[in-house]
Design a protein around this ligand. Structure first.
Ligand code: 13P
Ligand code: ZN
Length: 284
C-alpha cells in the first residue's frame, strides 16, 4: 500500500488540517508527531527511502531507541499539509541509543523535522512509559485563547486547572489530571523540552506561556479532542473576563466531587481548594 493511503497517515493529515481550520496554525506555527505501531513500521518498510545520515536529536531519549515517528517539518505550514503531505511531513527513525534520527520518507523538497523535536520526543518517552505504550500522539498548537489567558492568569497549575474546569462541566471529565504550566522560555531546545516532559509525568496538557499548548494522547481523536476542549474552556474564560471582573456563580468543589462518582473519575484534592473569594477570577 502507498504510504499516503495508510490509515495512520490519513489520520495524521486530517488532524493537522482540523487544527489549521481552528485557526491554531498561522504560518508554520505548531507541530505534530506520531509514534508508529510495530505493524505500521512493517507496512511502511518496503516504501521507505534508503537511510540518510544520522543527525543528533539534541537530547537523549533511550526509551525510544529504534522507534519510527511521523513528524511535521520545520518551517512547513499546516495549511499546506493536506495539499502536499510529502513536502511537509517526514517519517524518521531513531538509532539504538535514542541520540540520533535519520529521515526515511517525506520532506521531498528538503528540510528537517520540527524544531520542537526535542520536546516531542522527550514527551513521547515519558508518555510511552507512564501510559504503558498506549500514548502515541504529541501535538503542539498556537491556541489563541490559551495564549491570551497566559497574560492574565498567574502561571500556576492549580489556578489554571481550577479556572478551566469551572468553565465547562465536562472539562474535569476530559482532563481529570489537570493541566501544567511552563513559564515563558526560549522554544526549540532541550531546556524547554526538559521542563515540558517533567509536567507530562503527571499531565496530558502543558501550557507554554505566551506561546501555546502541548497535548498528549493515545490516538489522533483523543489528542485533538483534548486540545479542542482545553482551548474551548479558555475561550469561555476569555469571554467571562471580558464581560465581568467577577463570577456571580460557578461550579463549587462539592459539585466537582459529585462528578467523580457519576463519571468514575478521580480529581486530585489540590485542585479542589476552598477559595478565599469564589467570585474572584484567577485567585486561590
Ligand atoms: P517548526 O516550524 O520548527 O515546527 O516550529 C513551529 C513552532 O510552533 C515552534 O514552537
Ligand atoms: Zn510553537
Amino acid at each position: 500500500m502507498r504510504i499516503l493511503e495508510m490509515k495512520f497517515v490519513k489520520g495524521f493529515i486530517k488532524m493537522a488540517d482540523d487544527g489549521y481550520q481552528q485557526g491554531w496554525h498561522e504560518r508554520n506555527g505548531g507541530n505534530l508527531s506520531y509514534r508508529l505501531k510495530p505493524s505500521e513500521v512493517e507496512d511502511v518498510m518496503p516504501r521507505l527511502n534508503s537511510p540518510g545520515e544520522w543527525v543528533p536529536i539534541g537530547t537523549s531519549v533511550p526509551g525510544l531507541a529504534n522507534e519510527f515517528f511521523m513528524v511535521t517539518g520545520s518551517g512547513k505550514y499546516f495549511r499546506n499539509i493536506i495539499v502536499d503531505p510529502e513536502v511537509c511531513l517526514a517519517i524518521i527513525e531513531l538509532d539504538d541509543a535514542g541520540e540520533n534520527y535519520r529521515i526515511r520518507w517525506g520532506l521531498v523538497e528538503g528540510g528537517v523535522p520540527t524544531s520542537e523535536l526535542p520536546t516531542h520526543l522527550m514527551n513521547h518517552e515519558v508518555k510511552k512509559r507512564t501510559s504503558e505504550g498506549r500514548h502515541r500522539v504529541i501535538y503542539h498548537a498556537h491556541t489563541t485563547n490559551t495564549i491570551a489567558l497566559s497574560f492574565v492568569l498567574p502561571l500556576n497549575d492549580e489556578i489554571w486547572t481550577r479556572e478551566l474546569w469551572e468553565m465547562a462541566t465536562e472539562c474535569p471529565v476530559v482532563f481529570p489530571e489537570g493541566v501544567g504550566v511552563v513559564g515563558w522560555m526560549v522554544p526549540g531546545g532541550r531546556d524547554i523540552a526538559v521542563a515540558t516532559s517533567k509536567l507530562m509525568e503527571q499531565y496530558n496538557v502543558a501550557i507554554w506561556a505566551h506561546h501555546g499548548m502541548f497535548c498528549s494522547g493515545e490516538d489522533f481523536d483523543l489528542t485533538f479532542g483534548l486540545m479542542h476542549t482545553v482551548e474551548k474552556s479558555a475561550a469561555i474564560l476569555v469571554k467571562v473576563l471580558s464581560m465581568s471582573p467577577i463570577k456571580h456563580q460557578t461550579i463549587m468543589p462539592e459539585g466537582f466531587r459529585k462528578l467523580e462518582g457519576q463519571f468514575n473519575i478521580s480529581l486530585p484534592e489540590r485542585f479542589l481548594y476552598e477559595k478565599t473569594d469564589p467570585q474572584a477570577i484567577g485567585k486561590k
